[in-house]
Design a protein around this ligand. Structure first.
Ligand SMILES: CC(C)(COP(=O)(O)OP(=O)(O)OC[C@H]1O[C@@H](n2cnc3c(N)ncnc32)[C@H](O)[C@@H]1OP(=O)(O)O)[C@@H](O)C(=O)NCCC(=O)NCCS
Length: 193
């Protein structure tokens, strides 16, 4: 841990993928995403029909964290399947911070940025999966108001580790999009969320 976090958050671009992959393989050794998966996600992150928000945390010329969110439609409560009565939902796809920055608040800043994006997309809820043995991440999510709503048995392979499914209803209550935490706002499978 390096004390107070001073990294700048910005949109993830294709030229960040090499650095992100290095972190990904270190932090998710059993189920790291491939280069193609990041390319595919970033392909949907720009333009009027964008359905992804990916951010990196940069300190000097080093990438020290990253996170990503997918927007999708979900049937609203009481709506019949297929009746077109759907609301926006978001899934935290991934969030990670270099080990030497753990405990500095950077994970919280990245998650805040994702929740700000979910709020901008008018998402009614945000979902994520988290390994049952990843207590640190669970505590981070719980501090933002996420609650456990289920378990996916053997979700993480090849280790056959269960995933907790966590949900935050109304992300706008966990973050004020008009008031970025640090003024460094970004432009606007199996997950590692
Ligand atoms: C999970 C992860 C993203 C959290 O990132 P982080 O930067 O350590 O998160 P934060 O610093 O915001 O919060 C972690 C702890 O530091 C504390 N903290 C926050 N700001 C702090 C500060 N300025 N000084 C000291 N401690 C601080 C928080 O209170 C928190 O402690 P708590 O969980 O006991 O309440 C990080 O551990 C990680 O990358 N893990 C590996 C990848 C991973 O597991 N990703 C999640 C997949 S589900």
């Amino acid at each position: 841990m390096t004390g107070t976090d001073t990294a700048v958050l910005r949109e993830m671009r294709w030229w960040d993928i090499d650095s992100v992959l290095e972190l990904e393989r270190d932090l998710f050794p059993e189920d790291a995403w491939s280069r193609g998966m990041f390319w595919s996600e970033l392909a949907h992150a720009r333009g009027p029909g964008a359905t992804r928000c990916y951010v990196v945390a940069q300190e000097g010329d080093r990438i020290v964290g990253y996170a990503g969110l997918t927007i999708s439609g979900a049937e609203s409560e009481g709506g019949e399947a297929g009746d077109g009565d759907s609301v926006q939902a978001a899934d935290v796809q991934t969030i990670a911070v270099t080990r030497d920055h753990w405990g500095t608040g950077l994970g919280s800043r990245l998650l805040t940025e994702l929740l700000r994006a979910a709020t901008a997309f008018e998402c009614a809820e945000v979902l994520l999966e988290c390994r049952v043995d990843n207590v640190r991440a669970q505590k981070l999510y719980e501090r933002f108001g996420f609650e456990i709503i289920g378990v996916r048995r053997g979700y993480y392979q090849p280790g056959n580790v269960d995933a907790l499914v966590m949900r935050l209803t109304d992300p706008s209550t966990s973050v004020n999009p008009a008031n970025p935490v640090d003024g460094n706002g970004v432009q606007g499978t199996e997950t590692n969320g």
